[in-house]
Unconditional design. Structure first.
Lengths: 330, 167
């Protein structure tokens, strides 16, 4: 690791100040399970690291007056699993349980999970996030790369396991900074962006800003599920995943929300799949139509056509699980 | 704000102070500064669990913890498990069940098992496999390790029943 300054402030305001006073490049540290590895490989070389873990307000899970739940960004994944307030959001817990290393669940935080950098092996191998303006991925081994929204230089996938599950629940983020009392609320669905050039990151945070809380609205009478296609049972990332939220009344889908993971540089909402479901009875045919609609816009790269089929399967199985049906398959 | 700092932490019950730089990991400091070489460096990137220690009771991969983060923390390493030359039930069970070959992964497995049994004294096989999934072993195979954990759990249950009986 390159040398850096370190600070562990105890309030949000102090953290913002440490991030905005002239200090060169600053990185936020939460559980460190992603950032410390990136610093060791010298892929991220901050002049200053600001640790959020000493800020009490960021480590609490609390019910909100409107019947939802507010989760501090520095809450560990294990704390989420153990929290009774989050019992009504079972598909979120299900997605966390898919991270199969206990150490990482104890150490990793929700804010870090949502802001983790892409696993893209060109990025991790030192070729930059947009390696040679996208040519490195287009011409190289792109088997784990994006099958949607990959026409620009960004061809990595967003690897968050929790973002799809949270987006179908309409989660919002509280973002603070860069001035000491500045706060704004952003829908998680709008938090991610596709970088167009090397100066941009994968989300809308500006210098001096960080995520302080994640808020979930009232759980409502939705049925939600997340389905992942995985290669093995170890701590690997899934190949594709989908989260589904359904509101089914008398056998007819009144409302649906479908978000895929690991298929695009951002979590990928499929309104096409949603349209195939809304207003229709939930039958094998409508579920299959939703899966097919989800992949209509797919533009696979040279070596990842297989992911298109897996994306379709993920959507179908997530919908089946949300509907309380067995997912099918093995 | 600092470049170098003295960090104080309780390690295996003793209050310890050490000087470190922000860029040093807890694993580096344990091994190279404090000469607690039990925690092993397998992969250095969070994948293998050989460097697992307990920080405030929870298992963490110390290769991804900055030493500065240990300020005020309570840390338990493999060196703090045995009482003098008296091995604890988990260590004993690994030894008797031949749940190790080269032994590089063993300190991590034992610390992870300590965390598991503290929270769930009678884990099922599935629960053991789930809890230990972040620890990798390249030589022994996992069956013997799982059996050692089961046997340690049984030993500990028996011991706690007999102490209760003698009360
Ligand atoms: C072996 C291994 C396996 C893994 N497997 C998975 C997996 O299966 N699924 C998965 O999703 N992840 C996985 N991860 C990635 C990572 O460990 C987790 O996503 C974890 O939850 C990240 O949280 P953290 O608190 O440790 O993040 P950190 O490493 O502290 O931070 C990650 C990034 O987010 C930024 N950040 C952190 N908090 C905030 C905030 N509040 N506001 C703004 N930016 C912030 C940091 O600056 C950094 O860039 C794995 C990591 C390893 C080492
Ligand atoms: S050395 Fe820390 S997890 Fe492998
Ligand atoms: S005994 Fe050699 S790695 Fe487990």
């Amino acid at each position: 690791m390159k040398a850096f300054e370190y600070a562990a402030p105890s309030t949000e305001a102090e953290a913002i100040e440490l991030m905005t006073e002239r200090a060169g490049t600053v990185e936020i540290l939460a559980g460190g399970t992603d950032l410390v590895g990136l610093m060791k490989q010298m892929l991220v070389n901050p002049d200053r690291v600001v640790n959020l873990m000493e800020i009490r307000s960021l480590r609490e899970i609390e019910p909100t007056p409107s019947g939802g739940v507010s989760i501090g960004a520095a809450v560990s994944l294990e704390q989420i699993l153990d929290s009774h307030y989050l019992d009504p959001y079972a598909s979120l817990k299900q997605a966390i349980n898919n991270i199969s290393s206990m150490q990482l669940r104890c150490q990793g935080t929700l804010g870090g999970e949502l802001c983790q950098r892409p696993q893209c092996w060109f990025f991790r191998g030192g070729h930059g996030l947009l390696g040679d303006d996208g040519r490195a991925v287009a011409q190289g081994d792109n088997r784990y790369h994006a099958v949607f929204a990959n026409a620009g230089p960004a061809k990595f996938v967003n690897n968050s396991r929790l973002a799809p599950a949270l987006i179908v629940r309409d989660a919002r983020l509280r973002i603070v900074g860069p001035s000491p009392d500045a706060e704004q609320w952003v829908d998680l669905a709008d938090f991610y962006r596709i970088p167009r050039h090397g100066e941009q990151r994968e989300n809308v945070l500006r210098a001096g800003q960080f995520v302080s809380h994640i808020e979930l609205p009232d759980p409502g009478s939705f049925q939600c599920a997340t389905y992942e296609v995985r290669q093995g049972a170890g701590p690997e990332y899934p190949l594709t995943a989908a989260a589904a939220r359904l509101n089914v009344q008398s056998g007819v889908v009144r409302d649906a929300k479908i978000v895929l993971g690991h298929v695009a540089p951002t979590p990928w909402r499929s309104e096409d799949a949603e349209h195939e479901l809304i207003g229709k009875p939930l039958t094998a045919e409508t579920i299959e139509a939703a899966g097919l609609a989800a992949i209509r816009l797919a533009t696979p790269l040279s070596r990842n056509e297989y992911k298109v089929t897996l994306a379709q399967v993920s959507v179908e199985r997530a919908v089946r699980m949300a509907a309380g049906l067995p997912p099918g398959g093995f | 704000m600092s470049r170098k700092r003295v960090v104080s932490a309780t390690i295996n019950g003793d209050l310890v102070e050490f000087l470190c730089e922000p860029r040093q990991t807890l694993l580096e400091v344990l091994r190279n500064v404090l000469e607690l070489t039990g925690a092993k460096e397998g992969c250095s990137n969070g994948n293998c669990g050989a460097c697992t220690v307990l920080m405030n009771g929870r298992p963490v991969v110390s290769c991804l913890v900055l030493a500065m983060e240990a300020e005020g923390a309570e840390i338990r390493t493999i060196e703090g498990v045995a009482c003098g030359s008296h091995l604890d039930e988990v260590q004993q069970a690994f030894l008797q069940g031949a749940a190790l070959q080269c032994g590089i992964c063993t300190p991590g497995f034992i610390m992870q098992t300590e965390a598991l049994l503290a929270e769930n004294p009678q884990p099922s096989e599935d629960e053991i496999r789930f809890y230990l999934a972040g620890n990798l072993c390249r030589c022994t195979g996992y069956d013997k390790i799982v059996r050692a954990v089961q046997s340690a759990a049984a030993q500990r249950q028996q011991a706690s029943h007999s102490t209760q009986a003698t009360r």
